[in-house]
Design a protein around this ligand. Structure first.
Ligand SMILES: Cc1cc2nc3c(=O)[nH]c(=O)nc-3n(C[C@H](O)[C@H](O)[C@H](O)COP(=O)(O)OP(=O)(O)OC[C@H]3O[C@@H](n4cnc5c(N)ncnc54)[C@H](O)[C@@H]3O)c2cc1C
Length: 504
């Protein structure tokens, strides 16, 4: 790896989070000769949302996340999103297994582990909802192995911490999926950058911020970037044919600067998060699951409370949250001017419309921000009835920027998912939003390759390589049970995960 600035790389990746890492690995495998320069404003990779302490580390597979299966007005359960996310996570596992098998990244135990995913609810209506959800998911092979229970003793055996001290006559129900996962996305990201940084033609520049980008005036179709070395203050200009803006919360501002018409009308709404981190080893050891509940009314989908066993830097941890918060920063290490400076003539209307339509979210955020420690403890006690204040400490999580976009009818809408936007010629792509996020990085990047490299992706060379990297690529795991079993068994074996079927 060279740290010298290459003034004309083929590809520029902005940001050293899991998204740029994933795209970098794909491009390096598909085009070994490609010259890639990666620019990161911080001193290390994965120090924003991708860091283990900044996200919940859930391998999102829709096994336990109740917000992925909304109840429709007729009382039925919409499973569309759950099935899509479950398939995306299988693709991620296949890709990570490919990287491990070829020694491109090392010990999978450092970044992924099996942990039961449990949904837990109380109250008659919620019990009914969970039962319907469980039954609706049973029609798909991808959710086979899920267990449902209303039996207090059985649920106590699954998750004693949640049941100790609980009211005896409370109606409760839970589902359990043993093959859930806890993922240290920070470790995985750094592993990928360690590999990329060691490759000929790939340069990783830390403490370098992309200040602006625009089409080069020379008419050669390239992008021109202004870069600042944050250590020395030195400024440089570089040019490239393709750019991916994987700057997390910093992406919106760079999209605005790029001036592409496809980016007009987008805005961002930052939602920060906090966890309660358990500091009592005895309590930490008692829990061994990710237990997801139901979001309270008015709460944004990503603030569904969960009690999470985590494995971070080889140590078992226990987190509860997230509690939502509000800050005008778009990055944890960002500036309070991020939100105001992102608003301009092109997005003010969608921003105001989205704000007016989401007053319940505003009220929810105000309630959350003004919570006292005692109120936070009360929220925790709904899940861990015996929780004691002295066993838990408040920690700040990562910053999410939810997408606001223009809408022909409503003027503007607030979205909770992720969205890839690309220029018409495919020379620029950007990722906005953060949910379900890192777990689906692989399918997001496959979609991006399809949009930005439409000719190359049709070739048998790329098709074969993509199938090698993601064996179910281009096929539906949902429709092909045999393919699901084969690919899942293989990936789980390579990654050292629990499997539903014993591995021979
Ligand atoms: C509280 C919380 C909980 C979450 N829980 C989960 C979960 O359980 N499971 C899951 O799958 N996902 C989860 N996510 C989402 C997941 O963390 C993100 O989707 C993912 O980490 C985003 O990766 P990224 O590479 O896009 O961004 P990041 O990891 O934020 O990386 C972007 C990088 O770009 C850099 N950058 C920004 N601007 C510039 C610039 N101008 N020049 C150079 N560098 C720049 C930043 O410093 C940063 O390092 C969670 C997120 C949050 C905040």
């Amino acid at each position: 790896m060279s740290t010298a600035i290459n003034h004309e790389p083929d590809v520029v990746l902005i940001g050293a989070g899991i998204m740029s890492a994933t795209l970098g690995m794909f491009l390096e495998e598909l085009m070994p000769e490609v010259k890639i320069d990666i620019y990161e404003r911080l001193d290390v990779a994965a120090a924003e949302s991708s860091d283990a302490w900044n996200n919940a580390g859930t391998g999102h597979s829709a096994f336990c996340e109740l917000n992925y299966t909304p109840e429709l007005p007729d009382g039925s359960i919409d499973t569309t999103k759950a099935v899509k996310i479950a398939q995306s996570f299988e693709e991620s596992k296949q890709f990570w297994a490919y990287l491990v098998e070829r020694n491109l990244i090392t010990n999978p135990k450092d970044f992924i582990r099996s942990i039961p995913h449990i949904s837990f609810v109380w109250g008659i209506d919620n019990v009914e909802f969970l039962k319907k959800r469980y039954e609706a998911l049973q029609q798909y092979p991808i959710f086979k192995g899920m267990e449902f229970s209303k039996d207090k003793e059985e649920i106590a055996a699954w998750t004693p911490l949640i049941m100790d001290g609980r009211e005896k006559d409370q109606p409760i129900a839970a589902t359990r999926m043993k093959i859930g996962t806890d993922v240290n996305f920070g470790e995985l990201t750094r592993d990928m950058f360690n590999y990329l940084g060691a490759q000929e033609g790939i340069n990783l520049h830390f403490a370098h911020e992309i200040k602006s980008l625009r089409r080069s005036r020379s008419g050669n179709g390239k992008w021109k970037f202004k870069i600042k070395n944050l250590a020395t203050g030195e400024k440089s200009n570089i040019y490239s044919k393709f750019v991916f803006i994987g700057a997390g919360g910093g992406s919106l501002k760079l999209l605005e600067k790029s001036g592409i018409p496809e980016g007009i009308g987008y805005g961002g709404f930052p939602v920060s998060g906090q966890w309660l981190k358990c500091v009592n080893r005895e309590v930490i050891e008692k829990h061994n699951a990710k237990v997801y509940g139901k979001a309270s009314v008015g709460a944004p989908p990503m603030s569904v409370p969960h009690v999470d066993t985590r494995m971070i830097n080889g140590k078992k941890e226990l987190l509860f949250g997230p509690y939502a918060g509000f800050s005008t920063k778009f990055l944890k290490n960002g500036s309070y001017l991020d939100l105001p400076s992102s608003i301009g003539l092109s997005n003010i209307k969608p921003m105001i419309s989205a704000g007016l339509q989401n007053m319940s979210l505003t009220k929810y955020l105000i309630d959350q921000v003004t919570q006292s420690p005692e109120e936070r403890l009360e929220a925790l006690k709904e899940y861990v009835p015996d929780a004691k204040m002295e066993d838990w400490e408040l920690e700040t999580a990562g910053q999410r920027v939810q997408v606001i976009k223009k809408d022909p009818v409503k003027g503007g809408v607030l979205e909770f998912g992720t969205e890839v936007i690309n220029s018409a010629d495919g020379s620029l792509a950007v990722l906005l939003g953060a949910s379900p996020g890192a777990s689906t990085a692989v399918s997001i990047m496959l979609d991006l390759l399809n949009r930005c490299f439409p000719e190359q992706i049709k070739t048998s060379e790329w098709q074969n390589k993509l199938k090698e990297m993601v064996p179910s690529y281009g096929q539906s795991l949902n429709k092909d049970e045999k393919l699901l079993q084969e690919t899942r068994l293989h990936a789980d074996k390579v990654l050292g995960l629990e499997s539903l079927v014993p591995i021979r």
